[in-house]
Design a protein around this ligand. Structure first.
Ligand code: SF4
Length: 298
């Protein structure tokens, strides 16, 4: 398995990368100076599996309505599930609500600053903890997502894509510049992977990096097959989304028949999807056997 170990003398020139970022940085609302650590945390939850363009309107409405952890905690899980809208993977909304409750009740309504404490929060994994420490608190910590991993694989190792490795964090940390520039370098590296060094069509003609081993080597093909784009139509995810749509749209609990009618093509799949929503705590059953969003089952 190929890791992304930087070889001696091979790195990414911070000046090149940062000069490009000064010009090319997207004006994303969660990057603005007035945005709080909590609001950055909300963006990181939303961006985990959803593209920027879909997150942006939901995030703007969310932080306007619930600007702090305590405001979110007071909202209740059903309100949060409704506001999550069509972002997908709604367990994230539930975890975000739990995270808000924990920060409000145990951390004085302030997002913790250190990675170790951040990792104790509901829904906060290794990537999110580091992203918050870096982007909200300007700490010199490595942040490795698929975009960063891909850029480093190409520039440093000359391979199209390297698989995730336990060494990635140390390896990317070794590329960070010293001092205050490190957080911005991390953001720039991620941005380069998101908008220039993309998985399928890297725009090498506008890339700011003069040295790139993959380009110099003539773009050798990946040794592993390209990941297939996940289909959505017909999946359990789509079925769960349809069932949740019914509950989001109703202020009262609904009957089983009202749910059944939205997925008639595969009744076993529908039953499985509803069970999983109940198990995940996103849906509740009332004493009368009706169905409701979490917190609205009486
Ligand atoms: S030169 Fe091309 S492959 Fe190399 S980092 Fe830039 S965009 Fe990616």
């Amino acid at each position: 398995m190929i890791g992304i170990v930087p070889e001696p003398g091979v790195g990414i020139d911070p000046e090149e990368l940062l000069a490009w970022f000064d010009e090319a940085e997207r004006d994303l609302p969660w990057r603005r100076p007035e945005v709080t650590a909590w609001q950055i945390l909300v963006s990181e939850f939303m961006l985990q599996q959803t593209p920027v363009s879909r997150v942006e309107p939901i995030w703007l409405a969310w932080v306007a309505r619930w600007p702090t952890p305590s405001a979110t905690a007071a909202a209740g899980p059903a309100d949060v599930l409704r506001a999550w809208g069509k972002l997908g993977y709604p367990r994230r909304a539930k975890r975000l609500h739990e995270c808000a409750v924990t920060i409000a009740s145990q951390h004085g309504d302030e997002v913790p600053t250190d990675v170790e404490t951040l990792l104790t929060l509901p829904g906060v994994g290794a990537y999110t903890a580091r992203a918050i420490a870096c982007f909200a608190y300007r700490q010199r910590v490595a942040v490795v997502d698929t975009n960063v991993r891909r850029v480093v694989s190409r520039v440093v190792h000359g391979v199209a894509e390297a698989p995730a490795s336990t060494r990635d964090l140390d390896e990317v940390a070794a590329l960070l510049p010293e001092g205050d520039a490190a957080p911005r370098f991390s953001a720039a590296l991620m941005e380069l992977g998101a908008i220039v060094c993309t998985a399928r069509a890297p725009k090498c003609g506008v890339c700011p990096l003069r040295a790139c081993r993959w380009r110099s080597a003539g773009y050798p093909a990946a040794s592993t097959p390209a990941r297939r784009v996940q289909r959505y139509a017909g999946t359990d995810r789509q079925c769960r989304g349809r069932l949740l749509d019914v509950l989001r749209a109703s202020t009262d609990p609904v009957t089983r028949a009202q749910l059944d009618v939205v997925w008639l093509s595969d009744t076993a799949q529908r039953d499985r999807a509803l069970d999983s929503l109940l198990v995940d705590g996103l849906v509740e059953q009332t004493a009368a056997g009706l169905f409701a969003l979490a917190g609205e089952g009486g």
